[in-house]
Design a protein. Structure first.
Length: 258
């Protein structure tokens, strides 16, 4: 099996829900992969600063796919970015704010800053907890840079809102991104992986990827070695032949085969 990069979603995949630190096991595997010339790529909706902190012990061996593919980093530098048209980003933000029954909080993402339209019902605490650079705004027009992603945080769960926002904003790749988030961006994790492959000089066929949710589909469909988590929705488990309970187990088998 020719693999030059391994990409993994975090929440629900490499990080079980409720867990806030990566395991020593995966850190050791990332070092071993680097020794075999294989890059590791956290592929997440999170911000670069948050991902860099999370993978601090092994960050020098990683490239980072951030904001669901909206921006990718190598050696601390953004090497590709897909901003949203300003009018579209602001329209989505106001729609999510005004039409979430007072139960949605909105986050707009710049290159390395999160802009929070918050109601005091959980998002600010969550963003602080995961370590994002962040600031509070009251209007998207206050954002002084390009907008890469717009998300809504729904502390009561996405169930009552997915049908409200996902079909309406298909033009912005709206997707459920976990139990409490719906994300929009003109990029997706597939675009992010392709950008990394173009920059680093190898084919998506030489990439292994792990995911558990609908915002991972573009990445899993692109790569040569896709794995879906056994905990994923039945529809997603049926889409991919290879399932895993833990990415670490699959990576260990790969290392043993080299």
């Amino acid at each position: 099996m020719a693999v030059k990069m391994i990409c993994s979603d975090l929440d629900g995949t490499l990080l079980p829900y409720g867990q806030s630190a990566i395991s020593g096991e995966i850190c050791e595997e990332i070092r071993e992969l680097a020794g075999r010339g294989i890059l590791f790529c956290p592929a997440s909706g999170r911000q670069y600063t948050s991902l860099r902190k999370l993978f601090a012990p092994v960050a020098e061996h990683c490239v980072f796919l951030c904001e669901n593919g909206g921006i990718v980093f190598q050696e601390g530098k953004a090497i590709a970015k897909t901003p949203m048209p300003r009018d579209l980003a602001e329209a989505i933000a106001w729609d999510m704010w005004n039409n979430s029954d007072g139960r949605g909080e909105v986050m707009l993402s710049g290159e390395n800053m999160s802009y929070l339209m918050e109601r005091g019902i959980g998002m600010h605490h969550r963003i602080h907890e995961i370590g994002n650079n962040h600031t509070v705004i009251t209007d998207p027009a206050q954002i002084p840079e390009e907008i890469i992603k717009v998300s809504v945080y729904l502390p009561d769960g996405v169930g009552a809102y997915a049908d409200r926002f996902v079909p309406k904003w298909k033009q912005a790749n709206a997707a459920v991104a976990g139990p409490y988030w719906i994300d929009t961006t003109l990029a997706n994790k597939g675009i992010g992986v392709q950008s990394l492959c173009d920059a680093l000089g190898f084919s998506p066929a030489e990439v292994m990827a792990f995911g558990d949710n609908y915002n991972d589909v573009a990445m899993l469909d692109l790569v040569g070695h896709p794995y879906i988590m056994e905990t994923a929705a039945a529809e997603l488990r049926g889409r991919y032949a290879d399932h895993t309970p833990r990415p670490e187990e699959t990576i260990r088998r790969l290392l043993q085969s080299l």
